[in-house]
Ligand binder design. Structure first.
Ligand code: ASP
Length: 436
């Protein structure tokens, strides 16, 4: 069984939903994971924010606008009166639900329930369309099996044991449609896998059912070797290893959710990135196979803050780094890059929610400098010890870009540099010219 994920633009209009049928109706058994229609999750976030801000009028206006968008969609989506009236009933029930939330008691749990409506709507509307045109399919309720644990990690055991009985309810079925992004948490409440999480749903399901291939369909032809919005003449990468793809997904290649490679890698299931607008294009194949090319891609991540920590106590001491890291751990703040010398350590974070508290605690035992508006530029490839000369090529390409920090040797797949965000374009272009 394959798992295919289609993002918001692939179900973004009636026309796109009509086109989608041709990509999935080929008789090969599959589970199709859908995002919400493009823009919907953002609209639902706005509705939640207005509820938090107790802006009654705004809440009403936003809900009305979204509802009328859906009412327009179904007029284009369906031909028969029967399907149209089913679609209308579905929309009415979801929007009655949204209107039932009041500003008096609005909590995080309710916000999550609101955010789930996008995927619940897109999958049901698409499933009705398949029924209208006589394509056999079954709607698989993700909330019956997708679950995260207390650490917000997928609860693979629960998912594996709960998805099988759901699939077994319809033994002959070749086409299951399910919601991306949404899940339940350890308390059984509706939750989600964070923005862009439908990719993650697809790889989690793929791993849970031991699928033979996971396909992520977007509207670009695979992962590119550089950011096409910034650099001319980029090209899709034909093949990547799991490790290379995981580095790229984290460091800014927006095409994939950062943690979605892991479940596929754990079960060694190939992931193919394909383009709905150009289905015949080869896209990118991510698998355990290592390829020969040294340089695969360059990616950048903005919004990075560097923290420079200096202390004479670090000299020849042990336990210093542990006390530094413990503070970050306590504030649940992941560290991205790190460089140390005998008396100082520099590290970067992208989540600054608890920065003030972290700095305050660090200052109790060392001096601290904070630097903002930085970008990590990372070069991804296969940099094994046998291959020589690649560092020279990277740094030669970057000879005119001032570098604040370097991370080299952390993995065989990544060389990262920290630069001022203002110089990002210059760095990406220079690396494109120097490496590819
Ligand atoms: N609908 C969710 C979002 O917009 C999840 C997804 O599209 O992957 O973030």
């Amino acid at each position: 069984m394959r798992v295919l994920k289609f993002g918001g633009t692939s179900v973004g209009s009636a026309e796109r939903m009509h086109a989608l049928v041709h990509l999935i109706n080929d008789g090969v058994p599959k589970i199709v994971v859908l995002s919400a229609m493009s823009g919907t999750t953002n609209n639902l976030v706005e509705i939640s924010n207005a509820l938090y801000a107790k802006e009654n009028e705004k809440v009403k206006r936003l809900i009305d606008a979204l509802e009328s968008k859906y009412n327009d969609v179904i007029k284009q989506l369906y031909k028969t009166e029967k399907a149209l009236s089913r679609g209308k009933q579905l929309i009415d029930s979801h929007f009655d639900y949204l209107r039932a939330f009041t500003i008096d008691v609005f909590t995080v749990n309710e916000e999550r329930a609101i955010l789930a409506q996008g995927e619940l709507l897109s999958t049901a509307l698409f499933h009705y369309y398949l029924e209208e045109i006589g394509v056999d399919s079954v709607l698989l309720p993700a909330l019956n099996f997708m679950r995260i644990d207390e650490n917000d990690e997928p609860d693979m055991k629960h998912i594996e044991t709960h998805i099988q009985p759901e699939l077994a309810k319809d033994p002959g079925c070749k086409l299951f449609i399910t919601q991306g992004f949404i899940c339940r948490n350890a308390f059984g409440d509706i939750d989600n896998l964070k923005r862009g999480g439908s990719d993650y749903t697809a790889t989690i399901i793929g791993a849970a059912i031991r699928s033979d291939e996971i396909q992520i369909w977007t509207d670009i032809d695979g992962m590119h070797n550089n950011d096409p919005r910034i650099v001319d003449k980029t090209h899709p990468i034909a093949e990547l290893s799991f490790d290379e793809a995981a580095e790229l997904a984290y460091f800014g290649a927006k095409i994939l959710h950062p943690t979605c490679i892991l479940p596929a890698q754990m079960r060694n299931i190939p992931v193919r990135l394909l383009n709905t607008m150009q289905p015949e294009a080869k896209g990118t194949l991510i698998s355990s196979k290592a390829t020969e090319d040294i340089f695969k891609a360059v990616a950048a991540k903005d919004g990075i803050t560097a923290i420079k920590i200096k202390s004479a106590r670090m000299l020849l001491a042990y336990g210093f780094l542990r006390s530094v890291f413990e503070i970050f751990e306590r504030y649940k703040t992941p560290i991205d890059m790190i460089a140390t010398s005998e008396v100082a350590v520099s590290l970067t974070i992208d989540n600054v929610k608890n920065l003030d508290e972290i700095v305050k605690e660090l200052r109790e035992f060392c001096s601290v400098e904070v630097d903002t508006d930085l970008s990590i530029v990372c070069v991804v490839g296969s940099f094994t010890a046998q291959k020589q000369g690649y560092a020279v090529r990277i740094f030669d390409a970057l000879k005119n870009v001032p570098i604040r920090m370097i991370s080299y040797g952390g993995s065989e797949n990544n060389v990262s540099v920290l630069i001022d965000t203002k110089l990002k374009k210059e760095a990406l272009v220079a690396l494109n010219n120097g490496l590819f």
